[in-house]
Design a binder for this molecule. Sequence first.
Ligand SMILES: Cc1ncc(COP(=O)(O)O)c(C=O)c1O
Length: 454
Amino acid sequence: MPARPRQVDHAGMEIHPVEAIVIGAGMAATAYRAPRRRVASPEAEASADRHATGRSAALWLRDDGGPGASIPTAAARALLDRPPPGLAAAPTIRTRRAASGAARANGAPAADAGRGAARQAGIREEASMSDSVTFSDVEAAAARLRGKVVRTPMLRHRLLDEITGGTVLVKPEPLQKTGSFKLRGATNAALLLDPAARRAGVVTHSSGNHGQAIACAAAMLGMPALIAMPADAPAIKVESTRRWGAEIHPFDRHGVDRDALAADLAGQRGATLIPPFDHPHVIAGQGTVALELIEDARAAGLALDHLLVCTGGGGLIAGCALAAEALAPGAEVWAVEPEGWDDTRRSLEAGRRIPADGTGESFCDALLSRQPGAITFALNHPRLAGGLVVTRAEVLRAMRFAFDHLKIVAEPGGAVALAALLAGKLPTKGCTLGVVISGGNVDPAVFAQALAAA
Ligand SMILES: Cc1ncc(COP(=O)(O)O)c(C=O)c1O
């Protein structure tokens, strides 16, 4: 195996391009490992190399309970879930049993050693993913982003306190550069790329806000950016993405596997794929939203009882939950989703990732992810209090309220947390409530509907 240059990111995580998983021509995944951890067993590395040359893919997870489990990144997971055409064999995730025991003695994968071991491995896999971002990453992101993104204010309004009988603290991310919190995660991830990766550029898929954010971050750092966007994305989002100088690759929202498409585009260009939510650096950046809000609340002598967060794939709320756990440990963090797209609520209740039924209308275009991410769910599952669901009428009312009283233009997906609060989805009397309004990129025709709402 040829020696590879070592890269270490901000948190001391070692980054190994094409270390544990290699899939097909030009398609690669990055494996992360924490300090003092092995990415995989020596057999795994050998196996990965062997499979690489055979145009196949294997990721080995050690199942010995020790500090040895590898962490498949979102990109690796996406590639394993949806293999590109032309592989000689299907990609696999295999587990190897502990140092003692029959499976170890004969070298058989744990899958052959019974369901219990496989279940154990699944649990450990979730634990490993959950370890891939910590509060110190959120703190590091906050330091890195200082001066590069807007520190949005904490807003209060007497009417909100009257309606809820509590104390409401609003975090208005429509005031963020590019009009949404997405710039935080995108910029954090972009800043962590090394000079060669920056030169090769970045690729992502996005229905709008992440695309704009990546385009803006790329422009700040002088990198090329290619954004795959649904052909029916709101015109305002497409236009502003283009204005930041990014190239746009339109695709059919209903007929295309967007993860695979973006991985393919990145592979063709040798560029880095920065996914919209299921990525440690993106999650860490998004967590700065709650970090700032909790800091401002503290400065005002307030401690959060609840934090309500607009949720799609779960990156924003995962970062926020890490910050809340560290800085406001008594606070309950709630995921808010639109009707028909409540995959996080359902998954939290089921204790495993399950898809939304996806039959709801697409009014909240920013929140139409079909299922929580592997990393985001691993982080959110043990930390969130639960999920709340809002209707279109409730969202329109919240947009109108934000405009009338807070002087904030909120897009539908950005208004769901406020909608849940105003619709009384939580008992609020006597509580201090943090509410994230996550974005404000709304087409004028849709905003006119909100202005017409009673
Ligand atoms: C305005 C807005 N709010 C919330 C979200 C959900 O973020 P996440 O996918 O990290 O849950 C998005 C995602 O695009 C968004 O654009």
